[in-house]
Design a protein around this ligand. Structure first.
Ligand code: ADP
Ligand code: MG
Length: 143
């Protein structure tokens, strides 16, 4: 069981000024912030991040949405991080998300759904490396 995951506060939530409230939910749930930045993704970066969804009909819209404004990637640490964070954010579609979850509270719909969460330990490592260099992770290390 791994202890790291990648969260992203997506552009819709940043536009709605929800960064602070979402971070509060995350830290209240016991996650530790290991690295964080605010960044406007290029089409190349967003397209690469969501490469696994390339064949899906929503891929182009997804890349457009993720490049529509700045987002906030956050490397998180907690025991059982991937599973616990997915539980905290709720289902992809906020209509299906459990009460009290971040997506239930803040997502508009299944496309513009406020936050990202890694789906496995392997992908968490790949996704953290997508946004944070080894040097950044080491220099910013908070114990
Ligand atoms: P999750 O983010 O819950 O892991 P997926 O990996 O299946 O969900 O999809 C990645 C992202 O693509 C979603 O968070 C959402 O922004 C978007 N997305 C997923 N399914 C759809 C859909 N059917 N229509 C539009 N956008 C979608
Ligand atoms: Mg996913």
């Amino acid at each position: 069981m791994g202890n790291k995951t990648l969260a992203i506060i997506k552009p819709d939530a940043v536009r709605k000024n929800l960064v602070g409230q979402i971070i509060a939910k995350i830290t209240e749930a016991g996650f530790k912030i290991k690295a964080m930045k605010m960044v406007r993704l290029t089409k190349e970066s967003a397209g690469g991040f969501y490469e696994v969804h390339k064949a899906r009909p929503f891929y182009n819209d997804l890349v457009e949405y993720m490049t529509s404004g700045p987002c906030v990637p956050i490397a998180l640490e907690k025991e059982n991080a991937v599973e616990d964070y997915r539980k905290l954010i709720g289902a992809t579609d906020p209509d299906q998300a459990a009460p009290g979850t971040i997506r239930k509270l803040y997502a508009a719909n299944k496309a513009e759904n406020a936050v990202h969460g890694s789906d496995s330990d392997e992908n968490a490592a790949i996704e953290i490396a997508h946004f944070f260099s080894r040097k950044e992770l080491l220099e910013n290390y908070v114990d």
